[in-house]
Unconditional design. Structure first.
Ligand SMILES: Cc1cc2nc3c(=O)[nH]c(=O)nc-3n(C[C@H](O)[C@H](O)[C@H](O)COP(=O)(O)O)c2cc1C
Length: 198
């Protein structure tokens, strides 16, 4: 089994979303010995923000692309190839300013390609990335799974919707939440890891 780990925390080794991801990956490796893990850190090796050059390259047939357009499309081809090769995705999702980091959004922007990862049909868009299992390892200072802040979770519903639109609808959410709340801080990570059965 091939596992793709996406790291998007800007907090390096201290990152809760990365440590939660690792806890999930450890369980996956124990359940599926011999699996391989490919790591893509989009915080240290970010995908560029989408620019006109990227979009023009996407909509130019491969055989007609200039050298610059081939370079522009390389990021997207790379993101798509890594996802297509994976059986399982473990995506680290730090909560920054009520949503996902812009580095993770850039990865999604390069992953979302009409005709490759989704297509338009008479009844709406259809996802073309099939057969993947996705774990979202969400870390947040506050608590968003329940209580008054639930409606301010602009990360998890967005990711469920977007990944689903690409065909990845088998999504499990694990949370290390309450990182900034003294009573919850010490146990948040372990509770997140324990919540996942693989
Ligand atoms: C720039 C920044 C913005 C943050 N914004 C929020 C927020 O809006 N809501 C929240 O609950 N926690 C927020 N936090 C706390 C983080 O969610 C918490 O530090 C979490 O551990 C981030 O994941 P990471 O450790 O993988 O980086 C923020 C932290 C930083 C550094």
């Amino acid at each position: 089994m091939q596992i793709l780990q996406i790291i998007s925390s800007a907090q390096g080794a201290q990152s809760f979303s990365t440590r939660l991801s690792q806890g999930i990956i450890d369980k996956l490796l124990a359940a599926h010995p011999g699996s391989t893990v490919v790591v893509r850190n989009v915080a240290t090796h970010p995908f560029p923000h989408l620019e006109e050059a990227h979009l023009q390259a996407y909509f130019t047939p491969a055989e007609g692309r200039s050298a610059e357009q081939q370079e522009a499309v390389r990021h997207s081809d790379e993101a798509i190839a890594q996802v297509m090769a994976a059986d399982v995705l473990v995506i680290g999702v730090p909560f920054y300013n009520f949503t996902i980091p812009s580095s993770l959004k850039s990865w999604i922007d390069h992953l979302t390609r009409a005709g490759i990862t989704f297509r338009y049909t008479a009844t709406g868009p259809e996802g073309l990335v099939k057969g993947k299992k996705v774990y979202l390892a969400v870390a947040s200072g506050g608590v968003y799974s329940e209580g008054p802040m639930q409606t301010a979770d602009f990360a998890t519903p967005y990711l469920r919707w977007t990944l689903g639109a690409l065909g990845m609808s088998d999504v499990t959410v694990a949370r290390a939440e309450g990182i900034k709340i003294p009573d919850l801080q010490a146990t948040a990570l372990q509770r997140g890891i324990d919540s996942v059965a693989v």
